[in-house]
Write a protein that binds this ligand. Sequence first.
Ligand code: NAD
Ligand code: DAU
Length: 358
Amino acid sequence: MILTTGSAGFIGSNFVLDWLTQSDEAVINLDKLTYAGNLDNLATLKSNPNHIFVHGDIGDAALTAKLLTQYRPRAVVNFAAESHVDRSIHGPEDFIQTNIVGTFHLLEAVRAYWSGLTNTEKAAFRFLHVSTDEVYGSLDRDEPAFTETRRYEPNSPYSASKAASDHLVRAYHHTYGLPVLTTNCSNNYGPYHFPEKLIPLMIVNALAGKNLPVYGDGQQIRDWLYVKDHCSAIRCVLQNGKPGEVYNIGGWNEKANLDIVHIVCDILDELSPPATHHLPFSTYRSLITFVTDRPGHDRRYAIDARKIERELGWKPAETFETGIRKTAQWYLDNQAWVNNVLSGSYRQWVEKNYTERT
Ligand code: NAD
Ligand code: DAU
């Protein structure tokens, strides 16, 4: 079996759902259930004996040690993190605690467990750390995309905390020989994405007739990857990646934020026009509102994903056009999930992040 962390969140839950449709290998899912962790994402696994959910913190080394000894996984995949840049600007401490201190405690527990394995088990074991393209900093418009050898230049408390965790993971390989793999991926989108992030926020706000807040001039560029393609890349790296190596994962889909918002509006106009929600306008584009920019906002990210394609044969299956359509349809079909997520604490976050923006 494998142990994953943070798999009640967006990417981790998609990963576990996909894993269990393709494999009988069981998954132990260790998650703290922060505001971003949601067991509704895993509701279809309720009676699946191959999914073992454990409520806990990656910073609790005793708990992780107990799980490792009890279940003896052949691999650990670390998704657990505080993941939202705006939250890291309002309050960085949780990011330091989970992303840096938590990853350190997890690595320590894994190192102790791995040291006690037989030589064959040791060689087969993997620790896969899920990281982000944001560790590389911001690109100018004409600069080449991030390769795996790009210098680290994190600019937000979030990306700095992820960069620190990447360095720890690297050090555990270099110093102790732990067979680690690190993946640095671009912006994901798809089912179960918490509506504090750009794409799900725009979908949820549009359907409710609320403003669509675009930071600054909306010309910041991100590379977008459908979440299930990220999951297939992680499976591929886990299976075939070389210990100690880093793999960039991306969708070859660079787009400016304003273009993303336009595309989302146009698809919703087609799939669920404003009139069907009794909204007094003909296109969701009329809800677009430019608001104060994010402090320290990175201008452009772009991923050069040639290494994973060349060495491991991975390529994304979805284009942005197919993935965004599936995503919009998923939100329309899963209103109950959306309504559960829009709870009291979510409303407090929206107030905190958006009322001060003019
Ligand atoms: P998310 O915020 O949706 O989910 C994070 C999960 O981690 C939640 O279930 C939460 O409860 C859990 N968690 C938080 N702190 C924990 C702790 N101390 N112990 C155990 N569990 C804890 O995040 P996501 O978007 O699914 O991102 C998953 C990983 O992928 C993160 O490491 C993130 O940095 C990375 N990543 C995300 C993206 C993206 O676009 N979302 C892109 C590249 C990389
Ligand atoms: O690049 C990978 C990263 O992508 C991951 O490591 C992070 O965990 C993930 O949250 C994401 O970070 P971003 O900051 O790029 O994602 P977010 O959805 O928050 O914002 C995307 C862009 O949209 C960014 O330029 C800010 C802008 N934005 C965002 C929000 C929430 C807006 O213009 N308005 C908004 O309301």
